[in-house]
Design a protein around this ligand. Structure first.
Ligand code: ZN
Length: 602
């Protein structure tokens, strides 16, 4: 058996053509014919992406000459049997600007190992070395490298030799190359870097200060020392964007450049608060999902879907803690947190699919549903992020209530960390439920049956009231009404609704989603239809709400609409807006305040 490391070399050979050349050198290839493959999915993003589709060419050679390579399935190649060192060379097309794959042009390069590094079958356990090369030409002289992959022989932020303990580690360290902005801080002694690609003029000092508070609060939650020796936030700033992917010692994020804090500003705007929430989310994954993980992910099988019903815990608990950590470390106040929670509950109540799909089903079917949404998704799907976060919220408040404030979800997370995170032992599908019941000192079976395996509503109102937050439900006052804080609401009357989500279209108003049992569905309208007139008057995205406000729920409106290129007419009766908007208010009696502070303050 080989003990030589697998050696990779990655070169941006033609940035303008978006091509990386990647070689893989195997000292002791399989004498029966070496097999190699690329993953079909990337951990953290539960969709079959078939990264091999971007392999443009592949060649193999030994010192003796060219070796035949034959493809044996969509992601796997087999080389002819050889003796001695085997070198495989692939050219990979990289032009997907997302956190999940690879992107290369003349301004920068970014890649996840899952897109570019071949898995050498039978040698996955061996150490890997990667020579990261600078593109040829003077235009690239100023480029630097940012990755959490340990340096073997490379200057700080430089091109050169990097290393990983095995293939699993190799593909868990995304790499950015280019001319990026950078800021640094230490969180409980651990060096952290923030690297930002893309034009921006952010207040980097404030960003570093705020992230330090946030990261230290999370390290404190799970206990020192932190599980990583170094951590990297790899940020790409764009016009608009909001996504992230977690890794063991880094995260790749896409954000809008105006989400970053403005120089001179001191307030916490919605956009920056959202960005900090994203950072908080991905950082929390350093523990929850990267180390505390379902048995189905320990180890990952990247050849096919890996099914688990635990994404509510991996993504939902993480989504609960992302904003919670912002208030606990003092970056936002209790009202700010209540507003975020009110908006989250509103989004949940506006998703009819919560009455159709359980959160466990949502988790199991993530591969074909949550990650492949279509016009019917609001009617048929529930989000394991959002509902999962509300399940976690109720669980936390329930444990606090039943133990009279002595225990909380924090204790559950610490036990998960001790038993599964530190040890690498994957979670059984019922592990979280068992540990939570142990901590609560009483069986939570009935709660979990309701929360995870039924579509009944969660006991939000009573639990939040006990924890010092009043939940009020009402109808939306308009399309921009997201719910939030009671104190911020005026007394505008609720408008009538169509029961559809719409978007602007050159000819009128396009229906993107027709909601179950709404007015549009009753009138026979479908997603894709374009409404052009209501009672003979032109309708646009801009005047739709105003036009509807002239009617009552008993009205019969004649609607002209295009389906494909055919003009149709139907009659629509608008409905009163549903009670689907949540506002939260802070309770001010002493007991409520005490319990709320115990929950939201450190
Ligand atoms: Zn996540």
């Amino acid at each position: 058996m080989s003990t030589h490391p697998v050696r990779y070399r990655i070169t941006p050979v033609q940035p303008e053509a978006h091509l990386f050349e990647v070689t893989c050198t195997i000292a002791d290839p399989d004498p029966d014919g070496q097999q190699l493959s690329l993953p079909v999915w990337i951990p953290g993003s539960y969709l079959i992406r078939e990264f091999a589709r971007n392999v443009v060419s592949i060649q193999a050679a030994t010192r003796a000459g060219k070796v035949a390579v034959r493809k044996i399935d969509k992601s796997t190649w087999r080389c002819a049997p050889v003796t001695g060192r085997l070198v495989i060379t692939v050219t990979v097309y990289a032009h997907d600007l997302s956190v999940r794959s690879a992107h290369l042009d003349r301004s920068h390069g970014f890649f996840n190992g899952t897109s570019v590094f071949l898995r050498v079958h039978g040698q996955e356990h061996l150490p890997c070395e990667v020579d990261i090369r600078r593109p040829a030409g003077t235009a690239y002289r100023a480029w630097q490298v940012a990755t959490a992959m340990p340096r073997l022989d490379a200057p700080a932020y430089g091109f050169g030799l990097y290393g990983a303990a095995d293939y699993d580690a190799l593909i868990d360290h995304p790499v950015e190359m280019g001319t990026f902005a950078r800021t640094s801080f230490r969180a409980h002694g651990v060096p952290h870097d923030v690297v930002i690609t893309g034009r921006q003029d952010a207040d980097l000092d404030r960003l570093a200060r705020d992230l330090k508070r946030l990261c230290e609060a999370q390290i404190d939650l799970f206990g020192r020392p932190a599980p990583m020796k170094y951590y990297l936030f790899l940020v790409t700033a764009l016009g608009e964007g909001y996504s992230g992917l977690e890794h063991r010692a880094s995260t790749a994020l896409l954000c809008g450049r105006d989400d970053l804090p403005q120089r001179g500003a001191k307030d916490m705007g919605d956009r920056y608060r959202g960005f900090l929430g994203l950072c908080s989310h991905e950082y929390f994954h350093t523990w929850n999902v990267k180390r505390i993980k379902p048995a189905a992910f320990a180890p990952y099988d990247l050849r096919q879907e890996s099914y688990t019903r635990l994404l509510w815990a991996m993504e939902g608990i993480t989504s609960y803690y992302d904003d919670l950590m912002l208030v606990r470390c003092g970056l936002i106040d209790e009202s700010g947190y209540a507003e975020l929670l009110g908006r989250a509950i509103t989004t949940h109540f506006r998703t009819g699919g919560r009455l159709v799909q359980t959160v466990e089903e949502a988790s199991f079917d993530a591969w074909i549903k949550y990650y492949r949404q279509d016009e019917n998704s609001p009617n048929a799907l529930v989000s394991y992020y959002l509902k999962g976060s509300l399940v976690a919220l109720c669980l936390d408040l329930m444990i606090r209530q039943r133990t009279r404030g002595r225990k909380s979800l924090d204790d559950v997370m610490r036990i998960l960390w001790e038993r599964h995170g530190r040890t690498g032992v994957g979670l059984d599908e019922d592990a979280v439920e068992r540990i939570a019941s142990d901590i609560a000192g009483t069986s939570l079976k009935r709660y979990f049956e309701l929360a995870l395996r039924s579509t009944d509503e969660l006991p939000l109102t009573a639990l939040m009231a006990h924890a010092g937050l009043d939940l009020h439900l009402r109808a939306a006052t308009g399309s921009s009404d997201k719910g939030g804080l009671s104190s911020k609401q005026g007394s505008k009357p609720a408008p009538l609704t169509l029961g559809a989500r719409t978007t602007e279209d050159a000819t009128g108003v396009k229906l993107t989603h027709v909601l179950t049992n709404g007015a549009a569905m009753a009138a026979g309208l479908s997603a894709g239809d374009v409404m052009v007139a209501l009672d003979g008057l032109r309708v646009t995205a801009r005047n739709l709400e105003q036009r509807l406000s002239r009617y009552t729920p008993a009205s019969q409106i004649s609607v002209h609409f295009f389906r494909r290129d055919e003009l149709h007419t139907t009659t629509l009766s608008p409905r009163s807006a549903p009670i689907d908007t949540a506002d939260l208010g802070l309770r001010n009696d002493a007991a409520s305040k005490r319990r709320r502070h115990a929950w939201l303050r450190r």
